[in-house]
Ligand binder design. Sequence first.
Ligand SMILES: [Zn+2]
Length: 251
Amino acid sequence: MADPLNLASAHAVDELMAGWRGLARAGGWHVSEVVGRAHRFEMFWTAGRPGPVFGYLSAGIHGDEPAAAWGLLRWAQRNAGRAILGNLLIAPCLNPEGLRTNLRCAPSGLDLNRCFDRTGMPWVRQWRRLLALAKPSRAVLLHEDYDAGGCYLYELVGKGASSVGRQLLTKAAGRLGVDARRRIDGQRATQGLMVRGPGLRLPHGQPEALALAEIGCSPNFTFETPSEAAFADRVRAHDRFADAALRISLG
Ligand SMILES: [Zn+2]
């Protein structure tokens, strides 16, 4: 079994998915295969059947962000058989070919995280159908950023809800610290935290976080680690973030 902390297998997507299929077999999970024209990926229902879930987790939509995908597997392996893993929908690697080749985009050249409003694409339709069935009440989307000076977090909150992002970021960052830039990707940030409302729109295609907000999944958290930092530290940060975001109680 691949060690999630091992940099040498960071892009070994077959080993990553073998880890997930092992968990699925042992836990009696249900697997939904999403098949597009140019790529395919798997989604796992940990309750053993498709239906409403507590939370949704995803990683690997950008293939050059490997610690996110391995951190999610490490978290799931550590929690195998525990209640926290009992009713989730998990997309461990949304862009398997990108991860294999260490490229942000899919082989088609598309940034998949700007395609969630492209309902003409078969994989987008299937993802939307599965998420409409799942109706998660919170979501955790794991990413990395080579410009980052530390960890940072986009928190998309529902109307009238309060932010829990600071606590999560502090718990997860560990020795990586938080990104102190005042602007991150053109947005104003406060010690690595960017809290946004559900009405946010981006000019260049819809990311997963906004598609989730559209179906009423809030809060949803997009957590980013600095991809120039040590691999094992980044994997551990994603593991801690997934854990904290699922355990935190929301007012
Ligand atoms: Zn990303």
